[in-house]
Ligand binder design. Structure first.
Ligand SMILES: [Zn+2]
Ligand SMILES: [Zn+2]
Length: 358
């Protein structure tokens, strides 16, 4: 026979208590009420011990921020007393800055007892301020400047778009873990682009990516701007990324041979040797790289139409602007390419070079 529960007289199952009385003595969670939710009025971040917790980008886009903010707050304020609980939040009522919710908790107060549900009424009071990130941003704070320039030309629109996209993506990626991951100011003029960034670390990591993507030159400068409260010297970094004169599609000389730039990236520069009619990739550390010279812009290529294609005879091409006829060796084009097709070529010192198909 089981001894009776010392609180209610029902048969006891654990520590002299029945299941119900045991559950009451051993709640699943601990939570205070009322709670205060300090949020940033600009970005919705929630103040937590030691700093501010940012909302994920998806949460920040939603109309109602409070469920996301409450998740952050409850993550800190709810102390689970057992393992493996399931928590659901139900909104009871909401008035401007006061919210009443019911927390429903499902779990086992002891592994020998069946799961049960507990309910907690919690009042949440909202208070608003400015988070560190928004404060620094609106104060124009920046640690580093990233400058983008191009050698002997303007930065093209494609390059600008590409660089802005990379800066945006990388800033968003660091935003959750770095309070200074923001861009204070972007300017663009005939010399190029300038990004003022809150974080020196962010600026360096973006420069790393751009440097390898464009095989660009990089220069770094530091300027003493003062001392912090502890008397430590504070520096501001400027990183200059200088793009090559050539871009993709432009013509260069490698080992004094005309080539077209096909691609640039981590693995190096991929180019098409117009005389050998072959693709090569070279690394900026290779000896060939030192022979690299700018030849001419991709705008200097010319459009031609194949006028005659007869087996065993040279192929005739007509310049689409001057209507001049050029003859090329029939082995230069695939058999499948017929008369009427448009091809591109480059003329250097009166010599015709057929360009690779686009
Ligand atoms: Zn009992
Ligand atoms: Zn904020």
């Amino acid at each position: 026979m089981k001894a009776p529960c010392y609180q209610c007289g029902e048969p006891a199952v654990l520590d002299g208590l029945c299941a119900e009385c045991y559950d009451k003595e051993h709640p699943l969670i601990e939570v205070k009420t009322p709670l205060t939710l300090h949020a940033c009025k600009k970005c919705g971040s929630v103040k937590i011990p030691g700093g501010w917790k940012k909302l994920t980008i998806a949460a920040a886009d939603s109309d109602d921020l409070w469920p996301h903010q409450l998740d952050i707050l409850l993550d800190i304020e709810v102390k689970p007393l057992v393992r493996g609980i399931e928590l659901t939040i139900e909104e009871e009522n909401r008035l401007d800055r006061v919210l009443h919710v019911i927390l429903k908790v499902l779990g086992q107060s002891h592994e020998d007892l069946p799961p049960h549900e507990e309910q907690y009424d919690v009042e949440v009071r909202f208070s608003y301020g400015t988070c560190d990130t928004c404060g620094m941003k609106s104060g124009g704070y920046y640690e580093a400047t990233l400058q983008i320039r191009a050698d002997g030309r303007r930065v093209t629109d494609e390059e600008e778009d590409d660089i802005v996209r990379i800066v945006t993506e990388m800033t968003i990626a660091q935003y959750g873990s770095n309070d200074k991951a923001f861009v204070t100011k972007i300017t663009s003029d005939k010399y190029g682009m300038n990004f003022q960034m809150g974080s020196d670390h962010l600026c360096r990591s973006i420069a790393d990516v751009l440097e390898s993507r464009y095989l660009a030159q990089r220069k770094q400068n530091y300027k003493l701007i003062g001392q912090d409260k502890g008397g430590k010297e504070k520096y501001r970094t400027t990183i200059l990324i200088r793009l090559h004169r050539f871009g993709i599609g432009d013509f260069v000389k490698v080992l004094d041979k005309p080539c077209q730039v096909m691609a640039m990236g981590k693995n190096g520069l991929t180019y098409f040797d117009l005389a050998k009619r072959q693709r090569f990739t070279m690394n900026p550390r290779s000896s060939k790289w030192r022979t690299l010279e700018y030849l001419t812009s991709k705008d200097d290529r010319r459009e031609f139409m194949i006028t005659t294609r007869v087996y065993g005879q040279p192929i005739q091409l007509m310049d689409s602007e001057t209507f001049e006829i050029t003859e090329i060796d029939e082995s230069l084009l695939d058999d499948a390419i017929e008369a009427g097709t448009t091809v591109y070529g480059l003329i250097i010192d009166e010599e015709f070079f057929l360009l690779p198909p686009e």
